[in-house]
Design a protein around this ligand. Structure first.
Ligand SMILES: [Fe+2]
Length: 360
């Protein structure tokens, strides 16, 4: 048995308004006047003076606004890297991602690809990255994905949706300022929060479970319950608790794995472009057979917040599209093994998976 030697985010700030400290945090990391900081920011903040005016741009520092309407792609990472290389005099001092899982994953991937040759799809997998990434900072503005702590950056590539999992992927610095999450619309808040809830269920019910993952998973689960089921929290309490739930949920899967919902939602995302949070919800809603208590509680949370999930999204898929979906999903072996154990191939066949997808 070989145990993983797992890297963690070495520096984190937590606190309401801590975003104000960003300039002070970055200043000592500036290499010289020619090596700028590049900010990748969700374009919903484009005209948001409250947030943007607090970022001090000096020398060649630059903001690139990016839409998070679609899941991050390897081609998008390659274009960003190309653009940054062509427009900067020297390798940047750092990449700062501000947004949800999409922006955080893009920041991680871009910082890796600035120091590694070739195209980003060549690094999708486990431990393929050779050189350390440049300094990168993650600032979540919506909570749940765990992208702020994870050792992966999940990208849709030419032939699969898979993360760049490496020791160089985790952020060097994270700023957790729950005030940045105050404007998130209800549906998005719910879907992204449920990503965290599902991380907990999949980790706690998985065969890879150990005390390390359990301690984080149980805490995140408890926080999710108080936010999404028990209610009665102020907005500030709820935002702060969800920020920490996301962190703990991410830590929990770091030392174990996710399960059936994630394996299936990667298939949905690859073929239909369904975003991660809502995709997980659509799948998880149909997984009572695998996670009876978890799904029951999910349904209670859904009705408490009057969330209606889309239905019939796989109804009109061709056989070829369904086969692709099934193959992408079944390719995620560690997820299935965690969920169903070593003999998972007997339990989850292509036929069974097709029936499940047909229900969605
Ligand atoms: Fe997730």
């Amino acid at each position: 048995m070989k145990y993983k030697n797992f890297p963690m985010v070495p520096r984190v700030v937590f606190g309401r308004g801590s975003f104000n400290q960003l300039n002070d945090i970055l200043a000592p990391k500036r290499k010289n006047a020619k090596a700028p900081f590049i900010y990748l920011i969700d374009d919903v903040f484009k005209n948001n003076i409250w947030l943007i005016s607090r970022i001090e741009l000096s020398y060649d520092d630059r903001i690139i606004y990016i839409s998070s309407a679609e899941e991050p792609k390897t081609s998008q990472v390659d274009e960003l890297v190309e653009d940054i290389i062509l427009s900067t005099k020297e390798r940047p001092s750092g990449i700062i991602g501000i947004g949800g899982g999409t922006l955080l994953d893009l920041a991680k991937a871009v910082s890796i690809m600035l120091t590694n040759e070739g195209e980003s799809h060549e690094y999708q997998g486990w431990d393929l990255v050779k050189n350390p990434a440049i300094y990168h900072v993650g600032i979540p503005t919506i909570s749940g994905t765990g992208a702020e702590v994870s050792r992966t950056t999940v990208l849709t590539g030419p032939d699969k949706k898979l993360g760049i999992n490496s020791d160089y992927t985790p952020f060097d610095q994270v700023v957790l300022d729950s005030e940045l999450t105050k404007g998130v619309p209800k549906e998005q808040w719910f879907y992204t929060g449920m990503d965290c809830y599902i991380h907990c269920v999949e980790s706690l019910e998985g065969t890879y479970l150990n005390e390390f993952s359990k301690s984080y998973g149980e805490k995140a689960f408890e926080l999710c319950k108080s936010i999404f089921l028990e209610g009665a929290l102020s907005d500030v309490e709820s935002q702060e608790k969800l920020m920490m739930a996301s962190w703990h949920g991410g830590m929990s899967i770091a030392y174990s794995q996710v399960g059936v919902a994630h394996a299936m939602s990667y298939g949905l995302a690859y073929v239909l472009g369904v975003k991660h949070g809502i995709g997980n919800c659509i799948v998880f809603d149909q997984l009572e057979e695998f996670y009876p208590e978890g799904v029951q509680m999910f349904k209670a949370m859904k009705s408490k917040y009057n969330i209606e999930l889309p239905e019939g999204i796989c109804r009109d898929l061709s056989d070829i599209e369904l086969d692709t979906m099934i193959n992408v999903s079944l390719g995620l072996e560690p997820l299935w093994e965690n969920a169903l154990g070593k003999g998972w191939k007997q339990k989850m066949t292509a036929k069974k998976l097709r029936e499940l997808y047909k229900k969605m």
